[in-house]
Ligand binder design. Structure first.
Ligand SMILES: [Fe+2]
Ligand SMILES: [Fe+2]
Length: 336
């Protein structure tokens, strides 16, 4: 994903320093605005307003955290994948998510925040990640449902970020999106195999997984546009290109057709085609659940964070060894 839902999490909505800007700063900001208006990319070395930088650090780091926390629910099934083929696919997919995290931490670092700072914010519970990963994976069908729905929603969210005004983020997203489309297809194909060739119990397992993942996936696009306070500024800056509700609608419309191919029912009795809007209407979304999970009270919040902190602590010796190795290869400085 996994960033859209996080647009509401910032507390830096105004830096309160607008009145004390120097003439030089105002000129730089005008030049920056003109670059944005012209649709040009901003590079790491370019001047940028502090609020733009902070918004990006928050969004990119939350996105990076989501990628690596997102490895946990599916990683849980690597040792129990039903066949060698499925195991190889799942291993590759989970490894891709680690790579996505690395591209994104690297993009975040170009804004002057270190990886250690970003990870410290995650481990201490100050930073957020996508709430979808706080749900458990109870059966093998959950792995397919995550690929189909969660990675499917991620693609909808992430394709517009390939045109984000901050170039290092946009470049990272281009690579990530190529892999996400493979993730979505492998999930859909795994479910389709069970629905077409599986036993009744396996088909029921698929339906159960879809029932549990549908609404959290719909919520991945974040709160409705009129309740998404940072969206307008992010749109103005070209960080965000398409609104939460528009993306959600696109996702739902695509999923309805795919559900028909699979032969599963989406758990929303109010889901129906609206001829006038040329889109599907859907039932009410339980936003109280969304806010509860974001606030830390989802089914697996504590478990996920504990797993990340443990991985970080267990990996300390690897980081130390890598630093020791790197220091041996540092160029010898001239005493003069
Ligand atoms: Fe990813
Ligand atoms: Fe993915």
């Amino acid at each position: 994903m996994y960033t859209q839902a996080m647009d509401t999490m910032g507390k830096e909505a105004g830096d309160g320093r607008k009145n004390v800007r120097s003439a030089e700063e105002m000129q730089l900001e005008e030049r920056f605005d003109a670059q944005i208006d012209a649709g040009n990319f901003i590079e790491a070395k370019d001047w940028m307003p502090e609020h733009y930088r902070k918004t990006l650090v928050r969004q990119i780091s939350q996105h990076a955290h989501s990628e690596i926390v997102g490895m946990l629910p599916e990683g849980n099934w690597i040792s129990r994948a039903p066949t060698l083929k499925r195991k190889a696919i799942l291993l590759a997919k989970v490894q891709d998510e680690a790579g996505h995290g690395l591209y994104l931490y690297a993009a975040g670092e170009t804004l002057g925040t270190s990886r250690d700072q970003m990870l410290d914010a995650l481990h201490s519970g100050r930073a957020k990640y996508s709430s979808i990963f706080n749900y458990p994976t109870l059966s093998w069908a959950d792995v397919g449902a995550i690929g189909w729905l969660v990675d499917g929603a991620a693609i909808m969210n992430q394709v517009p970020i390939c045109r984000c005004s901050y170039a290092p983020y946009a470049r990272a997203m281009i690579r990530i999106c190529r892999e996400e489309s493979f993730h979505q297809r492998q999930g859909f194909e795994a479910l389709l195999t069970m629905m077409q060739h599986g036993t009744d119990a396996q088909k029921a397992m698929v339906q159960d997984a879809v029932n549990r993942w549908w609404w959290p996936s719909v919520m991945m696009f974040g709160p409705p546009d009129d309740e998404s306070p940072n969206s307008a500024q992010s749109m103005r800056w070209g960080i965000k290109r398409v609104s939460n509700d528009e993306l959600r609608q696109k996702f739902i419309d695509a999923a309805v057709d795919q559900a028909k191919v699979l032969g599963v029912t989406l758990p929303d009795p109010e889901l129906r085609w609206n001829e006038e809007r040329q889109a599907h209407d859907h039932g009410p979304i339980d936003w109280s659940e969304f806010w509860r999970v974001i606030a830390g009270d989802g089914p697996c919040n504590r478990e996920r964070l504990a797993a990340r902190v443990k991985a970080w602590d267990d990996g300390a010796w690897v980081r130390e060894a890598a630093m020791a190795h790197a220091s041996k290869h540092e160029p010898v400085r001239d005493a003069a």
